[in-house]
Design a protein around this ligand. Structure first.
Ligand SMILES: [Zn+2]
Length: 227
């Protein structure tokens, strides 16, 4: 979902725009003109007018503010809404790409939008899957972060092969989980594993294979917790 402020800001600007095109003898218009002149000609500042100006500036619509003029109300509303969404998307994508903790998440979440697995999975499995996707777990790659252990020293304690204990390792690599993996994950994924296969497996929305993947994830959680 887009954050609520986008709707709020759009409605603020739409209201402001409707007011500007309303008949000049309408009381709300008269009050606005008074507020506007007080805001710029005295110490009596209006936070609401500041807010309008700030939103229009954010949207690159300074000329609309300066001229108090725009194409029409539909255009104003749609333009503000779209620009706020575009800006949010840019920040969202940048935050994920720059987050050291979001390394797995950015592979699993290339697009902004609702995830089908939320509708497909039963609550119990869904919770496990969400924990896995958001690195809300106790894999060495995560617990090592809590103690400032360098990334290359956050090793898997299940197989002891000197490999980093991260999501990719447990799902496709760890030899200690080989037998369980065979039961739940299609061979094509873990034979010669790579990040492309990992991404394909994790974003697969086939109900049966998604359920099997989540059961496997539950078993990984159990195994790592008891190690
Ligand atoms: Zn391992």
């Amino acid at each position: 979902r887009y954050p609520l402020y986008i709707n709020v800001y759009t409605r603020i600007i739409t209201y402001w725009g409707k007011m500007l095109i309303s008949p000049e003898n309408k009381i709300v218009y008269t009050v606005y003109r008074y507020l506007f002149s007080q805001h710029f000609n005295s110490d009596c500042k209006s936070p609401w007018i500041d807010c309008i100006q700030r939103i229009l500036n954010m949207c690159g619509l300074q000329y609309v503010w300066q001229n108090h003029n725009f194409v029409n109300i539909e255009w104003l509303s749609a333009t503000v809404n779209q620009r706020l969404k575009d800006q949010f998307m840019q920040i969202w994508s940048n935050d994920i790409n720059c987050s050291s903790r979001g390394q797995v998440y950015k592979i699993l979440k290339p697009y902004f939008g609702f995830e089908k697995y939320l509708d497909i999975l039963p609550v119990k499995l869904r919770k496990k899957f969400i924990k896995f996707r958001t690195s809300n777990h106790r894999f060495p790659v995560e617990t090592g972060r809590w103690y400032n252990i360098p990334l290359n020293e956050r090793l898997c304690l299940l197989c002891n092969k000197g490999l980093i204990g991260d999501e990719f390792h447990y799902i496709l690599e760890c030899s200690a989980l080989e037998e369980i993996r065979k039961k739940y994950i299609n061979t094509k994924y873990w034979k010669r594993p790579n990040f492309f296969k990992f991404s394909e497996l994790m974003t697969n929305c086939n109900c049966k294979s998604l359920r099997k993947l989540c059961v496997f994830i539950s078993k990984i959680f159990d195994a790592v917790c008891s190690s």
